[in-house]
Structures are given as structure tokens and as C-alpha cells.
Design a protein. Structure first.
Length: 123
């Protein structure tokens, strides 16, 4: 499922909420994006067709919830980035970030911890 950058903003609001939201809630949460109310409605209609979200009527309003789990979205986006820019390999991406000063000391500690965990798993 292809989620655009704009649609991902709506998805992030829904994932963070952990409960179904009315369109007014989404419009309020996204007001700093400069979108008109109709923009949110248009994106939601498209996302309903993609089956990224579901809507359920409650009284006079529709409540929206994500159908796509955030972990699945992150996995697909991460793999897409790796495939497009680094031939599907993690090491060249990490090397690129390191060479361009994009890794903080905290990032390096976390990467080392992940490597240690993976090495223990392989033992």
C-alpha cells in the first residue's frame, strides 16, 4: 500500500490517538499544516479507498481508525529507502550517515547495542 507523505501525517495522528477520531479531531491536529478542512476530507476519502483507514458512523459523525499498523508502514518505508538508495543493504546507509556526520554519540551507542544483540542471537 502506497501512503503519500501527506497521508502519513494523518496516519501519525491516528496512530498516536490509539482511538478512533472524528474528522474535526484530525482537522484540529493538522491545523498547523495549513490545510483547509476539505483537504483532510479529500485525503481521508483517498485513504478509505486504499483501505489504509476505516470509518464507522457514530451518531452524526464518522470516526476514523487506521487499518495499516504503524510497524508495517515503517517496515515498508524503510525497506523502500534502503532499496532505492543503498541497493537494499544497511551497511552502506550507516556508512553514508557516519561519513556525513549524521550519527550522534547516542546513535552510535544504540547501533552497537543492536549489533551486540544480533551477535548473541547468532551464537
Amino acid at each position: 500500500m502506497n501512503i503519500t507523505a501527506s497521508e502519513s501525517l494523518i496516519m501519525e495522528v491516528l496512530w498516536r490517538a490509539e482511538r478512533p477520531l472524528a474528522i474535526e479531531d484530525l482537522q484540529e491536529a493538522l491545523k498547523n499544516e495549513g490545510w483547509k478542512d476539505g483537504t483532510v476530507r479529500a485525503f481521508l476519502a483517498r485513504m478509505l479507498r486504499k483501505k489504509a483507514v476505516a470509518a464507522k458512523r457514530e451518531g452524526k459523525r464518522q470516526l476514523y481508525r487506521p487499518l495499516l499498523p504503524r510497524a508495517d508502514y515503517v517496515q515498508a518505508e524503510s525497506q523502500g529507502l534502503l532499496d532505492r538508495l543503498f541497493g537494499g543493504e544497511v551497511a552502506p546507509m550507516v556508512a553514508h550517515l557516519a561519513e556525513h556526520g549524521e550519527l550522534s554519540a547516542s546513535d552510535i551507542r544504540r547501533i552497537k547495542a543492536v549489533i551486540r544483540k544480533l551477535e548473541k542471537k547468532d551464537e
